[in-house]
Design a protein around this ligand. Structure first.
Ligand code: PMP
Length: 344
């Protein structure tokens, strides 16, 4: 008798259900149990696979998308890659309008996943007709049957995590979770997971990680947009210079800000101490946890889930490059970290 073939029907079946992995070393000095939700295990290596699949399948369910139709988004980052991946499997055209600031590597990654990439000038305002926002909007209006994902202002971004990330965390912790720590960019991950978890236990503390140079923490505290909070920073995917409607500020208890430098060192430390090769914002989330621990946030009974959004391979020319770390001046205070290459 022939044996059954044990294969997934496509990469899409592997989206979600990411593992929860206990942190054993980096957390040694801290009180409590620390569990990382490692989103790099998604096939597109980030949490954004979840929203790409969910938003596209919702559009299919509503009859908006037919085979051959076009999906549009404005991102060179993880979301673009995930949308391109889902589009390949489902037979859609994928158009990504990106800023000319995006690295060639990122643009090549999107193209290798079959996306059509429009590179738009970075040095124009968002309402300029050449900006990537306006180009995406125009293409959406012009191309019949196209869907614009618009992740910062799409409520389905929250729903994707309400339906997947939140229930997975509840199930994986056997309902014992006391704290959720997640970076906030669009806010979809933290808001969706938090909305679900709070339906199960309203006492779970939800803490967002924000960047210095971003408006989110101040907005959470005052409900006012303060442009003076905004200045350039290096971490990508975390924090924002506008208020996304995909963030539900009411389900977040507080925000913690982290620096570019400490987050970079902590991302490197995660690889060396836990064998977890995760991205810059994972370092930021872990850095936030260290700061919270210092402020007495956790005790022996704390069960802390930390979301690690993506994989370290996306940051080879940044956080995981000693040259880049040196150029930023990040080794100045602790140059013990630059490991020599041994040449024969
Ligand atoms: N980390 C990385 C690397 C990201 O790309 C994003 C998405 N912008 C986030 C964290 C934040 O996730 P969210 O948009 O769901 O808030």
């Amino acid at each position: 008798m022939k044996q059954e073939i044990k294969a997934y029907s496509s990469v899409l079946e592997l989206i979600g259900n990411t593992p929860l992995i206990r942190l054993n070393n980096i957390t040694k000095p801290l009180k409590g149990e620390f569990l990382a939700k490692v989103e790099a295990f998604n096939p597109g290596h980030s949490t954004k696979d979840r929203i790409a699949l969910y938003i596209i399948e919702e559009a299919e369910r509503k009859g908006i998308l037919k085979p051959g139709d076009t999906i549009i988004e404005t991102t060179s980052g993880n979301t673009g890659f995930s949308i391109a991946m889902v589009s390949v499997i489902k037979g859609y055209e994928c158009i990504l309008a990106v800023s000319s600031k995006s690295s060639k590597d990122k643009i090549d990654m999107l193209k290798s996943m079959g996306a059509k990439v429009y590179v738009c000038p970075a040095n124009v305002s968002a309402d300029d007709s050449r900006s990537y926002y306006q180009v995406a909007k125009r293409l959406h209006e012009e191309i019949k049957g196209s869907v614009y994902i618009n992740q910062y202002f799409n409520e389905l971004n929250i729903d994707a995590h309400f339906k997947t990330t939140g229930p997975e965390i509840w199930e994986q912790t056997g309902g014992q979770i006391t704290h959720l720590i997640a970076c906030s960019g669009t806010g979809g991950t933290i808001s969706g997971a938090a909305r679900f978890l709070k339906t199960k236990n309203a006492d779970i503390k939800i803490i967002g990680i924000d960047a210095y140079g971003s408006v989110l923490q101040k907005y959470h505290e005052t409900r006012e947009f303060d442009a003076e909070e905004i200045y350039p920073y290096r971490i990508e995917g975390l924090g924002k210079n506008l208020i996304p409607t995909a963030t539900d500020f009411d389900v977040i208890d507080k925000f913690v800000k982290v620096t570019d430098e400490s987050s970079a060192h902590t991302a490197r430390e995660l690889a060396r101490s836990e064998g977890l090769f995760v991205g810059y914002t994972s370092g930021a989330a872990m850095q936030g946890v260290k700061q919270l621990a210092e402020d007495g946030e956790f005790d022996e009974n704390s069960k802390v889930v930390i979301i690690f959004p993506d994989h370290g391979s996306r940051y080879m020319s940044k956080v995981f490059s000693d040259d880049w770390m040196n150029e930023q001046g990040f080794f100045d205070s602790q140059n013990i970290e630059a490991k020599e290459t041994i040449e024969y």
